[in-house]
Structure formats: C-alpha cells, structure tokens
Design a protein around this ligand. Structure first.
Ligand code: 26Y
Length: 816
C-alpha cells in the first residue's frame, strides 16, 4: 500500500481536463452544465492544488527527515493578493490550464474574476511578508509563515459623496479553495489568571495558572516556489471556543448568556485592525498577538520538530523572525516554555531565546511604536509580565556594569517606560540576535536616532536589509507584455536572477526596443482603462501621462503635496496663466485607504475626490487634467495600475518613510520616480541614476536643520504665490460648493502646524513637476529613462532581500 503522497495528475491538457471535471463532480457535486461560476472557479483552484499537493507533502517529509534550520516568519499580516495565477505560474500550468478550460468551453477570465483576494494586511508590511515567503519558496529555503486567519481582512472602501465609508471585508463568504483547515490539530491558548510559586522536588519554581483559554485552529496554505518543485507552508490561526470553556468565568448562573459568551473566543481572530501607524493599546490586539505567536511557537516545537527534541539546540533548527513588534510577546513566551515547562535554567533559556529571535523594525514614527501598559499586560499574561521584569532587571544590571549608575541612561534604556508600559521595540532589541531596518537610510536613522543607546551597548547587533518585491507577481504576472519583451531581449532566467535585467541597458539606446516598450505601456494603459471602466465607470484618455500615487493615506506620505500640485496646475489654467491647449495631458491616479479613526486622513480623501469632481468637469481645463480615485485600492488593483504608470509619486517627508516597496514595483515596471531622498528612494536613485529620477525636496539633515531653526509654514505660503493661491482655493470652498468649513481644517493644519513640512517642500516639488512635463515631451528620452529604470532595478527583488537576511541574520541553507 502506498503511504507516501499519491502522485499528481498528468501534466497534460487531457490530464488537466479529466481532473477538472472530476473536481467539479466530486468536490462541488455539480456537472459542468449545471455549474455556477463559483463552482467552476473552485474546481479550477482545486485542480491546480492537486498538482501542487504531492510536492508539498514530499517537501514536508524531506524537511522533517533533514536537520535543517527553518525560518519561522512571525507576522500579524500577510497581504497575499489573488492566488490562482500565481499558483498556475509556479506550477508551470498556465498554458495547460488555459487550453484545458478552452476545451471545456469555460471562460478562464470569468473564473479569475471570481477570486476574492485575502486582504489580511494593511499595506507595506503585510505585502512584504507575502513577497518574502514567495522568495523563500523559490529559493528552496525551509520556511513556515505564521499568522492570523482574520475572518474580516482590511475593510472594503467605498465613497459616499466623496467621503470614505468602510464595509466589512467578508472574504470568506464563499469559502476559500486554497486553505486546508485542521481543527483536529487545534492548540489550547491560555490567558489571564495568576502566577504561583511551587516546590518542585526541593526547587522553587514559578508557574502560570491561567483563567481561560481558547482553541487555535491551524489553516494551511501552500506557498509554491517558482517552477522549482518546492512548496512551503503558510499557517494561519483561527480562534474557536473550547469544548471545556469555563462558562462560570464569564457568567455564573446564566446559562444562555454564558454560552453566548463563547463567541468571545471567536472574536480573537475576527478582524484585522485597520490602523497601521498609531498603536492604540487595545486589549483585543494584544490577545491577537499572543494568540498567534503562542500557537506558532508551540506548533514549531511540538509538531514540526521531532518528538523529544533537545531544546538547548533550538537555535540550530529555528529562527523566529519578528515582523515589527507585533509578535514580540513571543520572547517571554519562549522563555516561559523553556523555564517553566521544560525546567531549563534561566541563563541557558535566555541564551537559546536570544539566538532564536531577530527583529525587523518598519517605522521611525514614534506613535507607531507599540507599548503595552503593565496593568493590561499583567491582567492578560501575568507570567509573561514577570518574565519581562526579570529580562529587564538583568539587562539593566548589565548596563550598570558597563556604564555605572547613570540613572538617565538606565531610564532611557529600560524596557519598562517611566509611565509604566512595556516598550516592545526595546524588548525585541534586547532579545533579538539582530535588529534590522528596511532600507539603508532607515537603518542608519534607527541606529542614530531611535535606538542609539542600544546600538552602543550591542555592537554589531544592528544591520540593514533593504526591502524587495517579488518579480513573479509584480513583473511576470502583472506585466506579461513587459516580461515577454525582456525575455525576447535577454533570454529567460531573469525572473529568478533579477540582476540580469542589467543586460537590458544597451536596449535603452535601441529605437525599436523603445518603440516596443512604448507599445507595452500603451497596452497596459488600455487594460487599466478597461478595468476602471468596468469597475468604476472611469475613463482614461489614450494620450495622457499616467501620474500615480497609490499607498495608504497618511500625512507623512503627503498626498496633500500631490493635491497642491494638481490644484496649482488647475489654477494656472483657470487663471489664464497658461493656455489649456498647451498643457500636456495628465491623468492623476490615487489609491488610498485611511484608517477609519484617522480624521485628517479621511478629510484628505474627501478633498481628493472634491478636487477631482471640480477639475474633471471644468470645461476650461479642456480635459487636459483628470483626477481618478478608484475606491478600494488593493493588491489586485495594484497589479493593474502599476504596469500602466508613467510617473511614480514617492513624496514622503525625508526621514519618515522607512522604505516603501511600491516605489520598487513602479521602477521595475518602467515608471520614472518623482521622489524625495527618503527610504529606499535613495537606493533607487543611486542605481537608476540622477538623470532617470526626479529628485526634489529637503534631505533628512535639512529637515532636521529646519526644525532646529524653527519652522513657520505660513512664511512659505507668503513666499510662493502659487502655493498661496492653491491654499486659498482649497480654504475658500472652491472645491466644496462654496462651503469653506469643509476643508478649512486641512488648510489651517498646514498653515499652523504642518508636521510633515508639505509647504516647505512645495516650491521644489512644483519645479520637479515642471521638469517632468518637459521631459515627457521628448518621448525617446523618456522611454530611454524608463528602460534604464527597469534594467537597473534588479537589486529590488525580494530574492536579494532573502539572501541578505540569510547572510546577515538567519544563516540558514536551502534544502537542495
Ligand atoms: C502597531 C500597529 C498600529 C501597526 C500595524 C501595522 C503598526 C504598523 C503597521 C504597518 C506598518 C507598515 O506597513 N510599515 C511599512 O512597512 C513597509 C515594509 O517594510 C515599508 O516599506 C514602509 O515604509 C512602512 O511604512
């Protein structure tokens, strides 16, 4: 009897058709003629799955039989995007599937449109995690991605009268064909209660006596490498009530009320928090964090590793990479397991823990750094709080040994802040073997400005790994025309060795290649136009430059600066300063969600829509300027927008954007960047060259110097007449039917506060945009720059990021 994996179906059109029809019949219980589009989509997804499963199971078996170290990526967010095309591409089945479905008379496009993307992340950090696990699988590096299976992902955005309205994202309404639930393998995750000391054969030990618990049910997802036969695992946890749920804890005596209280357990994985820049200290969020991290660590130790594994050797087998501070509660959890459960000595356990964790920081904004009030932490995880106190005590002792009783330093470095909260970034830094920022500038600022005392105390701990993006999804799948062009020019192999794009450089001077490149952009614009027409009834003029700013709405990213440029361009026309007919046609595309509680961000969304309505409908503009703001920007829409873009807007205040990853996707798709010297823009500009990048604005040191001198934004509005007029237009109600009160708060915030120095960078930004207009009129020169952007951006593959993590942090090896 075969006990290994059953072989995959035959990789032929006939084999695919047979498996497809079997799945329709046996898994969906329908015939082809009676099937719905959802049935047909499911059967297709199941068929692709069937080809991948054998490799997956074989890979798991081989990993278990090896003694390799695995990367356990701990992330509260994975912004995966649709899976169908990615899995077809990875398994090399795209053509076979297309042919097979055609033979069945099934429209594959219709099925593609059925798939709902799992939006289990907010933005950059979640999408980065998805790119990283794609690269690890492609590089055959053993990896388990651990996270949360939120029942509701990032909200669906709609506009009502130009204002953002949030709708729940019920992505699981029709189920998900890609997941493998394992309720039988649920873990018990405990909370609350108290700690006690007890006598353990003459040794006094501590233990946790929790008050309540929930079940963590694993859902497995396949993460296929690109045509290499490797399939890794993404394991997302879903919360369930316990069988033995202690009803009395919640409601003594009232049975019905108590049973109702079981839904409390299901709440933990119910919804993704939509804030991505302000930590609010919400208890449910801490529950989510502990829930998934505790389940993941236990899973790796109890399920992945062999039974009775000697945990002093855990660092040889596992590195837990902390994707920001969200999973940092895993540090005291591992200590608790080692010391309380496995009865290891504290020092030995600490040595293991320090080697097993590494921490990636994704921000420089102080308000995004997580801190947990000790009373909340002590109530939810009392033993963990004790362990954190002890870690802090020993750490501060070491600081005193080194620097003497420098109380100011001690206060500054204490994991417990003076106002009684646990500073999670400090805990991660003390516990982690390495700490990394996500772009050169960010890592430098992290060491110099955010954690300088730690950098001094832990020489060699800080490092940089510049972010990257997967070329499989963001070039090959999103831009098949460009991919074909590249392969035609330099052959294949570049998709897994992206530096080879360098070989494209000579083609920048090849007029035929540039023409083909221009046709590719035009085709992508038409494809985007068709998508936006069908989705939102929007139109794009064929001859317009496409100027794109897509990212979360945040003041530091400065969508307001983009808007001031648009208002200025509009004002120049309506004031008669320029002839409409002489203005190069531009379509401005925005995509942005605002955190539901972030009032200023929502007001800016309203203003973008309001400016769009006025500009788009004003006959004096003669259609030269258009503003489009399709709602609900997500991965699926990004895949359409980015390949069509001519100009990429990366205009954050220098020193605020940790890296950015959209910037990389645009450059790789041949858009030119207008950007500040911030995050990974710095590295993009260095690589593509000054001539192929529109730099503007203050540098980070200049920003610091201006703050030090004293920043008075109103002075800048006085100095630049164009800026003054743009602000007046907005503040006077020109975009709100004469009602000045609607957008006055935005203007007064800019004039009086302007934390992100929008006004200070305005003049320089407008000058850069004038250079853009000029440059765009020379089509050959523009396309030359665009080709050079593609050719010189190979560095930004997430495969390279993974190699850097491996060399600098993980020291793992691929499983051959
Ligand atoms: C604590 C909670 C409020 C929170 C939740 C989500 C805090 C932050 C986040 C997400 C942050 C994020 O997406 N950061 C982005 O990470 C990208 C990947 O490293 C960077 O490219 C980008 O600059 C950074 O803003």
């Amino acid at each position: 009897l075969a006990i290994g994996p059953v072989g995959a179906p035959e990789a032929t059109v006939d084999g695919f058709v047979a498996q497809y029809l079997r799945n329709l019949n046996f898994d969906r219980g329908v015939t082809l003629s009676a099937s719905t589009a959802n049935d047909r989509f499911y059967a297709l997804a199941y068929t692709v799955r069937d080809y991948l499963v054998a490799r997956w199971l074989e890979g798991v078996r081989r990993y278990r039989a090896s003694d390799r170290k695995a990367v356990c990526y701990l992330s509260a967010e994975y912004l995966l995007g649709r899976q169908l095309d990615n899995n077809l591409l990875a398994s090399g089945l795209s053509d076979i599937a297309a042919e097979a479905l055609a033979q069945c008379g099934v429209d594959i496009e219709e099925l593609r449109a059925q798939e709902v993307e799992p939006g289990l992340g907010n933005g950059g950090l979640g999408r980065l995690a998805a790119c990283f696990i794609d690269s690890l699988a492609t590089m055959s590096v053993p990896n388990v991605g651990y996270g949360i299976r939120y029942e509701y992902g990032i909200f669906r955005q709609t506009f009502e009268d130009g204002r953002q309205v949030e709708q729940p994202d019920s992505w699981l309404e029709l189920g998900s064909p890609w997941e493998f639930p394992h309720p039988e393998a649920a873990q018990t995750i405990s909370f609350g209660g108290s700690t006690e000391k007890y006598d353990d054969g003459g040794v006094t030990r501590s233990r946790w006596v929790p008050a309540w618990s929930v079940q963590a049910v694993p859902y497995n997802y396949m993460v296929p490498g690109y045509q290499n036969g490797r399939v890794n695992t993404l394991r997302l946890w879903s919360s369930r009530a316990n069988h033995a749920f202690d009803l009395s804890v919640f409601n003594a005596g009232d049975y019905v009320e108590a049973v109702r209280a079981q839904t409390f357990a299901e709440n933990i994985s119910k919804v993704l928090y939509p804030e991505d820049s302000t930590a609010q200290g919400k208890e449910l969020r801490l529950q989510q964090q502990y829930f998934f991290v505790a389940a993941s660590i236990r899973d790796f130790i109890d399920v992945v590793l062999p039974e009775d594994f000697d945990l002093t050797r855990l660092p040889e087998r596992a590195i837990f990479q902390l994707n920001d501070t969200h999973p940092v509660i895993g540090v005291p959890e591992l200590m608790r397991i080692l010391v309380d459960e496995k009865k290891m000595e504290w020092d030995a356990a600490w040595a293991v823990t320090q080697q097993c964790f590494a921490y990636t920081c994704h921000t420089l904004l102080p308000e995004a750094l997580e801190v947990w009030p000790i009373d909340l932490l002590g109530r939810l995880l009392p033993r963990h709080l004790e362990i954190i106190y002890r870690i802090n005590e020993e750490f501060l002792l070491a600081v005193r040994e080194r620097f003497g009783d420098d109380e100011a330093r001690i206060r500054d470095m204490s994991i417990i802040s003076p106002d009684g909260a646990v500073r999670m970034a400090f805990l991660a830094t003390v516990a982690g073997s390495k700490v990394n920022g996500v772009a050169e500038l960010h890592s430098q600022l992290l060491r110099e400005k955010v954690l300088p005392a730690f950098d001094e105390f832990f020489p060699g701990k800080f490092t940089n790994v510049t972010n990257g993006v997967t070329p499989r999804r963001f070039v090959r799948l999103a831009n098949p025309e460009l991919s074909a062009l590249i392969t035609e020019a330099i052959g294949d192999g570049w998709l897994t060795d992206l530096e080879r794009l360098r070989e494209l450089e000579p083609f920048a001077d090849d007029a035929d290649f540039r023409t083909a490149f221009g046709e590719m952009k035009a085709a992508n614009k038409r494809r985007l136009a068709a998508t936006l027409q069908a989705r939102d009834g929007l139109t794009i003029a064929d001859d317009h430059m496409l100027d794109v700013m897509v990212k979360r709405l945040h003041e530091y990213k400065r969508q307001m600066l983009k808007l001031l440029h648009i208002v200025t361009a509009y004002d120049r026309i309506v004031s008669g300063e320029v002839e409409a007919s002489s203005v190069p046609g531009r379509t401005f595309v925005f995509g942005a969600k605002a955190a539901p509680g972030y009032d200023m961000a929502k007001r800016i969304i309203h203003l973008i829509n309001a400016v769009g309505s006025v500009v788009n409908d004003d006959p004096r503009v003669e259609g030269r300027l258009k503003v489009l703001f399709p709602p609900n920007y997500n991965v699926t829409l990004a895949e359409r927008i980015i390949p069509a873009a001519d100009l990429s807007e990366q205009i954050s205040l220098a020193g605020k954007e940790a890296s950015g990853t959209g910037n990389m996707k645009f450059a790789l798709n041949g858009a030119l960047t207008v950007g500040t010297d911030d995050g990974a823009n710095v590295e993009i500009r260095e690589l593509v060259g000054d001539d192929n990048f529109f730099l503007f604005g203050m540098s980070e040191p200049e920003v610091e110097a201006l703050w030090a001198r004293g920043y008075t934004p109103a002075e800048f509005a006085e100095k630049d007449a164009g800026l003054g007029r743009a602000l007046d237009l907005i503040g006077s109600g020109a975009f709100s039917g004469g009602d000045a009160s609607v957008f006055a708060p935005i203007v007064s915030n800019l004039m009086n506060d302007d934390r992100f120095m929008v006004l200070a960078d305005y003049t320089s930004y407008i000058a850069a945009q004038d250079r853009v207009d000029d440059a765009y009129t020379d089509t050959a020169a523009w396309q030359r720059s665009a080709v050079l952007n593609v050719a010189r951006s190979g560095f930004f593959s997430s495969d390279r990021s993974m190699r850097d993590y491996i060399d600098r942090i993980w020291h793992t090896e691929p499983l051959g």
